[in-house]
Write a protein that binds this ligand. Sequence first.
Ligand code: PMP
Length: 281
Amino acid sequence: DIAWVNGQISEIGRAKVPLLDRGYLFGDGVYEVLRVYRGRPFALDEHMERLADSLAGVRINYPLVSERLRTLIDELVAQAGYAEASVYLQITRGASVRQHAFPAGCEPSLVLTVTKTQQPERGQQEGGVGVITVPDDRWAHCHIKSVNLLPNVLAKQKAREAGAFEAVFVRAGNRISEGSSSNIFAVKDGVMVTPPLDGHILPGVTRRMVLSIARQEGFPVREEDLPLEFLRQAEEVFLTGTTIEVLPVTKIGGTPLGSGIPGPVTRAIFQAFTRKTESQS
Ligand code: PMP
């Protein structure tokens, strides 16, 4: 696995950033994770678009040149020698004296890593995973993909300790937002529902693709508030994300969901998504 830190390439375990980098001191930065399938970055334009929105959201000025980044990613992926890989890309406000307000003359810092993809096991894809629900105690700008991930880290750890794969955030006791690192969809009475883009969730690239697949395949789909009750009574629930792709949920808080096995809608969406990743040119 390799890292690229402001132009310096090294083995990932040896890569270094300055102590005064604001990403380290304040979590003052944004990031992206994208997949490489058969040596090619998948949905790069969508990730670059979201990165630009995240940068604007935290007022970091970084000239994103998609083509330059694409070339850089291609070079790093080739150097890492993986056909299937995950690319992590982080931009922080840079390194300067420690003060909360933006220091003058602080230059943003870009870091990239290429690692082997840690995909869910086959059993999880085929049998589904369990989730727990946790209160959503995050801020009101969850559409920004910031490196401030402490609530997400604590939520995921709680899921691990409960023997679940993911923690799903719930607001005001009954509104589902998203997973700690995934978006969520529920199917009930044949209608697919996913929470809207209202600042409480990340606009997932996979979410967007799944919505377009669902519309193409003629599944009724709505972007609207998803009550906890709807989730509990759903026939099918699945998570989406760059690394997990489309992952069936078969248990909520230890209770089996619906038939207790992954359902036909989830399968159809997963298969259509796989066709997309396999057919990218
Ligand atoms: N929500 C959160 C909080 C996430 O961290 C992620 C993973 N990046 C997602 C949703 C899924 O987004 P994407 O499909 O773009 O990976």
